[in-house]
Design a protein around this ligand. Structure first.
Ligand code: MN
Length: 161
């Protein structure tokens, strides 16, 4: 009887572990209205701290030259420091996050905010420590707009508000 109980407990725990691993691989569903599809885990995650999700709404192509992406950040997630040679415009759709330019304190950004980032200004953007945030990213001055990725945003810099 004891063996049977052990088996049942193990089966329950193991199934739970597999379920959690599967959820991790697929990502989590944001508890906010991301407006557009949340999309898969961001394939550029190597330039981000924490987990973010990306849906391209308009791929980069020679007809429109206007790459537009929908990015959702989990609490605590943010980009590394970076800059765009052609600039970038962020349209915040949902939640509350942070935007920061080098030398300044991070500022709160919320649904409805428009952030215009001039070419070559070093900055980062992301969620709040306890809040999800979704923004659209518009890459401007394409096709001559290259992103340069720098160092991660330290926890101290992220918390400096
Ligand atoms: Mn940016």
């Amino acid at each position: 009887m004891k063996k049977i109980v052990s088996f049942i407990v193990c089966a329950a725990l193991c199934t739970g572990a597999v379920g959690a691993a599967a959820a991790e691989a697929e990502g989590k569903k944001a508890p906010i209205d991301t407006v557009f599809a949340q999309g898969p885990v961001n394939p550029y995650g190597r330039f981000f701290t924490g987990t973010s999700y990306l849906t391209m709404l308009s791929e980069n192509d020679g007809t429109f030259n206007a790459p537009i992406g929908n990015v959702t950040f989990e609490p605590g997630a943010r980009t590394f420091w970076h800059k765009h040679s052609g600039g970038q415009i962020l349209l915040v759709l949902a939640g509350e996050g942070r935007y920061c330019e080098r030398g300044q304190a991070p500022r709160v950004i919320k649904k409805g905010d428009v952030v215009r980032i001039a070419p070559n200004v070093e900055h980062w953007h992301g969620a709040g420590p306890d809040t999800w945030m979704t923004h659209i990213s518009v890459e401007t001055n394409v096709p001559n707009n290259q992103a340069t990725w720098l160092e991660p945003v330290s926890d101290a810099d992220y918390a400096d508000k």
